[in-house]
Design a binder for this molecule. Structure first.
Ligand code: HEM
Length: 140
């Protein structure tokens, strides 16, 4: 069970980050070149939303079955355990909340420029937060 969830979380992370990075780049290009926000742009943003939400769900399960998750929450003097038991989960949940806010906000906007700007800001911040707390030494 643990190994499967860990591998899944580890592998899906590539997909989630690629989809998110692609959506951020697409939003920045759309905003700066004043393009019209089309169904394709909506789909790119939706895939990034689904990709990161799926990663969040796998992460939540992993948190309870891993020996580096809830089990070691409280061992704050060990930076590696603090990362996987507190910083990585907490910051990633905040990042995914921001991504979800971005998605909800864009639906209420009519103007293409405002939609692209919302995705660039909220998805962009989400991406930066996620990248800031990846346990790189475990991943590679
Ligand atoms: C988009 C969000 C996330 C990304 C991109 C991500 C990515 C990763 C990566 C790349 C690793 C290292 C995997 C490895 O050992 O090969 C990892 C480990 C871990 N993640 Fe996440 N994660 C995310 C969200 C979460 C969330 C929300 C939680 C918990 C609520 C979580 C819990 C964990 C735990 C406990 C580990 C350590 C697993 C172990 O080695 O036993 N992750 N994550």
């Amino acid at each position: 069970m643990y190994n499967f969830i860990k591998q899944f979380h580890s592998g899906w992370a590539y997909l989630a980050l690629l989809l998110l990075a692609f959506a951020v780049i697409n939003a920045i290009i759309g905003f700066t070149s004043k393009k019209e926000f089309t169904a394709k742009d909506r789909k790119i943003s939706l895939f990034a939303l689904i990709g990161t939400h799926t990663q969040l769900l796998i992460g939540l399960i992993l948190y309870f079955v891993s020996s580096k998750g809830l089990a070691v929450l409280g061992q704050m003097s060990n930076p590696e355990l603090r990362l996987t038991s507190l910083e990585h989960p907490l910051i990633n949940i905040i990042a995914i909340v921001l991504i979800t806010i971005g998605w909800s906000k864009h639906k209420k906007l009519i103007n293409s420029e405002a939609k692209f700007k919302t995705f660039a800001v909220f998805y962009g911040l989400g991406l930066i937060l996620i990248l800031s707390r990846i346990p790189w030494n475990l991943w590679f």
